[in-house]
Design a protein around this ligand. Sequence first.
Ligand code: C2E
Ligand code: CA
Ligand code: CA
Length: 515
Amino acid sequence: MGQMLRAALMRHPAQIARWLHGTHMLAFLPAGALAGFWIGGEVLLVVLAIGMPLAYVLAGQADHGTLDPDRPLPDLIDLATATALADQIIARAAAAKLGTACLLVEAEGLDAVRRRAGDTVAQELQDSVLQRLRSQLRRGDRVARIGDSRFVVLLSPSLRLDLDALLLMSYRMQRALEEPAETEGGTHFLSVAIGFCASSRLRGDGGGAQLLDAAATALTEALAHGPSAVRAWSESMRVQRHARKTLLEEAERALAKGQIQPWFQPQLCTSTGAISGVEVLARWLHPDRGIVSPDDFLTALEDAGHLDRLSEVMLDASLSALRQWDETGIAIPRVSVNFSDTELRNPRLVTRLKWDLDRFGLPASRLGVEVLETVIADAPEGVVARNITALSQLGCQIDLDDFGTGHASITALRRFAVHRLKIDRSFVTRVDRDEDQRRMLAAVLGLADRLGLETVAEGVESVAEHTLLAQLGCDHVQGFGIARPMPADQLADWARGYAERVAKAQNIGRSAGTG
Ligand code: C2E
Ligand code: CA
Ligand code: CA
C-alpha cells in the first residue's frame, strides 16, 4: 500500500493533490502540524503551515488550485496566474482544434471613485463589476480582477470566436458594466474600455503570455481613444508599439543629451505694437529626422514619467535666455512656459520655480505659465489648484491656454486667478473672412472684457486677421503671421529687426504728420 501510494505520488502529484483538495478532508490541517507517513520503510514528512491546503503542498505549486478548470477563480489573480491559466486554455483549445480569446476590461473612473469615496466603496464597485461580467459569460469562461480597475476574461475553447463575435461580446459587456451602480457611497457611472485578442490571430509561440500581452496592447489603444472604446489587437498595433518604444527610448536619450530645446514665439501688444512676451515651445533637434514637434514626443515623455525633467530643462534654458536678452538690451518683458497637468501635480513645483527665478535674479512677473483650459476645468481642490493659485500669488502671469475648447466655469477663472485668456486658434482662423467666426470671437472678447481679463489670440496667420483682432479689441496676438517659433539667438535678431521696423514706421508717421 505504501509503495503504491509513493509511486502514485511520484507519477501524478498534481492529480492526487487535486483529488485530496477536492475531498476537503485533508485540505486544511493545523499550523505547524508535522505529519508522518510510513511508506515502504521510509518516513515521509509533510510540514503544513496555517490553513495551507495540503493539496498545494503536495503539488508544490501554490497557485495550482486556482488553475483547476473545474473550480472558480478567486476574485483577484496576478499576472503570472492569468498567464498560466491562458496557457492551459490555449493548450486545451489546440488539442480540440478550437480557439480561445482574452479580453481585458478597464473600468475607467474606478480610481477616481477610490480617491473620492474611499476604499470600501471602490471595493463594492469592483465586486459589482466582477458580478456583472460573470453574468455575461458562459459557464466555462474564466474571469477575475488583475488590477485596481482591470479585469481579465479568458474564454473557454470555442469554434466561433471571430472578430464580429468578439466585438458583439465586448459591446454586451460594456452595456452591462456601464449601467449605473449603486453603492453605499451613492450612484456611480463607469465607462468601460475593452481590448481583446483571439488566439487564432497570434503568430510565434502563441502562448498565454503573448495572448495577454496582445490584449493589453489593444486595451492601451482603446484607452487612448476612449472613453468607452473597444479595440481588437492587430499586427499593425505591434508595429506601432515597437515604433513608440523606439521613440520613447530615443526621446529619453535626447533629453539627457540636450537635444530637446526651447524655441520662442513672440507675442505682440495690439495697441502699442511692442513685443509683450514670448511663448516657449519645446523642439527636438533630431540628428537624422530634423526638427521634431512636441506633438510627436510629449506623450512618449509623459508615459515614461519624464515631463518634470522636460519642464526643468525648458525653464532653465528659458530663464537663461531671458537673462541674456536683458544683458544685450533686447526688451522681452516675459517668457511663458506650458505646464501640463502632470507637471502641475508636482508638489515641489512652486519651490523649484522660486529657486530658479532667484538663481537667475529675475522677478516672478517675468514668468508666465500657460495652463490648458481643460486642466482648470477638471482640477478640483488639490495640488493642481494649490500650485496654480500659489504661482499666481508669487506674481507669475497665468494664461488659460486653448480657451474655448474646454469647459472652465467663470468661477474657476476667478478661483485660479487667471490673468489672460489665450483664445484658441480655431476661433481665430479666417476671422477676417467668416462672419460667424467674427461673431463668436467678439463674444469671447466681450466676456473677457466684462471679467476684467486680458486676451491673447493664437494662430494669427495673416495681416488681415491681425488687423481685425486689433479692431475687435484683442490685447495681444501671436502666430506664424508675426513670426514662427525660433531658437533664442534668432529671436534676439528678430526682435532687433522688429524694433527697427517699428521705429522706422513711427518716424515715417511723424514726418508725414509734420510735412
Ligand atoms: P500650444 O500651447 O497651443 O502651442 C501653440 C502651437 O501652435 C505650437 O505648436 C505652435 O508652433 C503652433 N502655432 C503657433 N502659431 C501658429 C499659427 O499661426 N498657425 C498654426 N497652424 N500653428 C501655430 P507646437 O510647438 O507644435 O506645440 C504643440 C503643443 O505642444 C503646444 O500647444 C503645447 O500644448 C505643447 N507644448 C509645446 N512645448 C511644450 C513644453 O515645453 N511643455 C509642455 N508641457 N507642453 C508643450
Ligand atoms: Ca501654449
Ligand atoms: Ca494653445
